[in-house]
Write a protein that binds this ligand. Sequence first.
Ligand SMILES: Cc1cc2nc3c(=O)[nH]c(=O)nc-3n(C[C@H](O)[C@H](O)[C@H](O)COP(=O)(O)OP(=O)(O)OC[C@H]3O[C@@H](n4cnc5c(N)ncnc54)[C@H](O)[C@@H]3O)c2cc1C
Length: 417
Amino acid sequence: MPRTIHIIGAGLAGLSAGVRLARPDNRVVVHEATAFAGGRCRSYYDASVGMTIDNGNHLLLSGNRAALDFLRTIGTEHRLIGPPVAEFPFLDLKRRARWTLRFDDGRLPFWIFDSKRRVPGTHALDYLSMARLLWGRPDKTVGETIACKGALYSGLIEPLLLAALNIDPPQGSAKLAAAVIRETLAAGGRACRPLIARDGLAPTLIEPALNYLRAPGAQVRLEHQLRGMRFAAQRVEALDFGDEIVALGDADAVILAVPPYAAASLVAGLSVPNEYRAIVNAHFRIAPPAGQPPILGIINGTTQWVFAFPGRLSVTVSAGDALLDTPREELARTIWAEVAQAAGLPAEPLPPWQIVRERRATFAATPAQDQKRPGPRTAWRNLLLAGDWTDTGLPATIEGAIRSGNRAAELLRQMQP
Ligand SMILES: Cc1cc2nc3c(=O)[nH]c(=O)nc-3n(C[C@H](O)[C@H](O)[C@H](O)COP(=O)(O)OP(=O)(O)OC[C@H]3O[C@@H](n4cnc5c(N)ncnc54)[C@H](O)[C@@H]3O)c2cc1C
């Protein structure tokens, strides 16, 4: 008889575990508390802009190998779009200067010797500070490891780490920063091509994963929130969904792929990160002008990145906690003024807009919070953890979430009864 694997949470960690485990010898059941799959990576119809949008712009890089492997498996890798080479156009709003960072495909960074391809105002030797970050001490912050000032910092290190760690970089963990640099800049341009789900997160990452799961008979139960677990000495005996108690057979297992605060409420005594950082997104219904790059970095503004989608320009502000209490329309107007300047569009009228503020977008990537991240195993042999907040060695990202799901699935495969 096949064993049943209950996956709690249909975010990318839970879905990637499910995709790995949906085989004839496993019965996979995914239980999701809300009415939709995708968790923090989702699309929805927004009446204010009159179109389906993503909760937030999500950027992948060509070096995100687990994410790309996941997309290949579910058949949607071709839905990611990006330039054929690793290039990032930037605009400094204060200095009104534009430039494009262009990395070499290989690992050798010839671009830092080329004043047309590196950050304006920097010299090749400045880039040695990146090496200091690579070999920085794991218990230190970025601010304790490198000087967080100067042209290289504001033109490359700050935007890269702000986006990847979702924290003001000086407070960020040097270990997590090193992991990001190792997997991106240090791996060469082939790992740094920016990739965007142009048609939306749900049609690219989520719905095809659900179809892939359902094809061999996996069940996906939406609005089915896990309320508690019954623990025996070494195993979980039953799952409590409020109106239904599900008893677990000897070979059955559970992958808990919920956010850290939910995991802590379900497993007493579990160490989890408990500080968060917000991400703010602004969406404007307007056709991007001809020549607008798919992604544009902005320096010296509230806006950090402008993404161009069909019929829409969308903005990301990472570590956006200071904007959580700004009145929505004021924020939309501030950001639109910057986007209009960047895209060469009229500042008036304000196009139809939406502001999406995710307060707990990611755990705060400080050294102290990083140390609270648990591994996948628990004190109960049939209970494993997954999620971008578990100890993946990466900051909270799609890549980290998918690697955590793969890792939990692999451990369960090894425990095959
Ligand atoms: C606005 C925004 C922008 C981002 N941008 C990027 C980006 O550009 N690049 C990038 O790589 N990453 C980005 N991220 C991070 C990325 O979205 C996350 O790392 C990833 O989606 C986390 O997946 P997860 O499965 O670990 O967690 P989640 O997506 O949080 O999934 C957990 C799921 O568990 C469910 N759940 C909770 N409690 C229960 C329960 N008791 N029973 C059943 N189900 C439960 C939740 O409803 C949820 O669906 C961004 C995040 C946000 C919010």
